[in-house]
Write a protein that binds this ligand. Structure first.
Ligand code: HXC
Length: 260
């Protein structure tokens, strides 16, 4: 199925997977405010839909997204960006509770790299490139890049990228831990769909709990994180799907989760 109510994105579903495709080809999917509103709305709708268990966010072969829309930003002053909290709305996308896979081909620069890093897993095509070139515009990252890139690839490498604006290709991004896997461009969408379908076939609440505990590793001490994990592990025992998953193992059959 597909929804044509959007102008800067295309939205469709494949089974239990929701797909959001950035679609401003003439601007290499630059992230303007309309695109931000539409992505946030589409992700929130999938998040609220019990029939959707995972989201794929993708762009075109040439560009995942070439950054925040420089033409839209160029004339703004401090008072404006502060008053409108420029880029603040993206925090709602980052707060999506079901798993989100970024399927990245082509340029993922500036806000595009930051948007990919808001997702839970980055799957990259072999033509993908990642970078935070804001410094060349007299700017620093503003959608979490300085924080998420540093956590993903470490201080020295993040510093180098943020201070020089150098981009890294897919192979280096995988070696550095930024992306989960690199696949040939022709296989990107199929691989992303297989991964998302596998996730969406799991218990929906359990996948959400799993995402929550991995994310907690960024926000807490080891002891606090382990404690939260243990508590949420116990919480799984209250779910129908946990009963079904273990029963299926014992009975040597595939689990048939009801996502409750
Ligand atoms: C607006 C953009 C754009 C952007 C590309 N375009 N990137 N428009 N904002 N970020 C537009 C171009 O102006 C051009 O339109 C069209 O897309 C095609 O781009 P070209 O440059 O002709 O393509 P190419 O020669 O293939 O080069 C690709 C590129 C280059 C290397 C990706 O476009 C580029 O360097 N883009 C900017 C990358 C960048 O600096 N991103 C960070 C933005 S700052 P026209 O109509 O002119 O032909 C940012 C900040 C985040 O993201 C938060 C900060 C607070």
């Amino acid at each position: 199925s597909s929804d044509t109510g959007y102008e800067t994105i295309q939205v469709r579903t494949e089974g239990r997977v929701g797909i959001i495709q950035l679609d401003r080809p003439k601007a290499l999917n630059a992230l303007n405010s309309q695109l931000c509103r539409e992505v946030v709305q589409a992700a929130a709708a999938f998040d609220a839909d019990e029939n959707i268990g995972a989201i794929i966010l993708t762009g075109s072969d040439k560009a995942f997204a070439a950054g925040a829309d420089i033409k839209e930003m160029a004339s703004k002053d401090f008072a404006q960006v502060y008053a409108e909290d420029l880029f603040g709305l993206w925090d709602r996308f980052a707060a999506t509770r079901i798993p989100v896979i970024a399927a990245v081909s082509g340029h993922a620069l500036g806000g595009g790299c930051e948007l990919a890093m808001m997702c839970d897993i980055i799957l990259a095509a072999d033509n993908a490139s990642f970078g935070q070139p804001e410094i060349k515009l007299g700017l620093i990252p503003g959608m979490g890049g300085s924080q998420r890139l540093t956590r993903a690839i470490g201080k020295s490498k993040a510093m180098e990228m943020v201070l020089t604006g150098r981009t890294m290709k897919a192979e280096e991004a995988e070696r550095s831990g930024l992306v989960a896997r690199v696949v040939p461009l022709a296989e990107l969408q199929q691989t992303a769909l297989e991964m998302a379908t596998a996730i969406a076939s799991m218990s929906r609440p359990v996948a959400m709990l799993a995402k929550e505990v991995v994310d907690a590793a960024y926000e807490s001490s080891l002891a606090e994180g382990v404690r939260l994990e243990r508590r949420l592990n116990f919480a799984c025992f209250a779910l129908e799907d946990r009963r079904e998953g273990m029963a299926a193992f014992v009975e040597k059959r595939e689990a048939d989760f009801t996502h409750r």
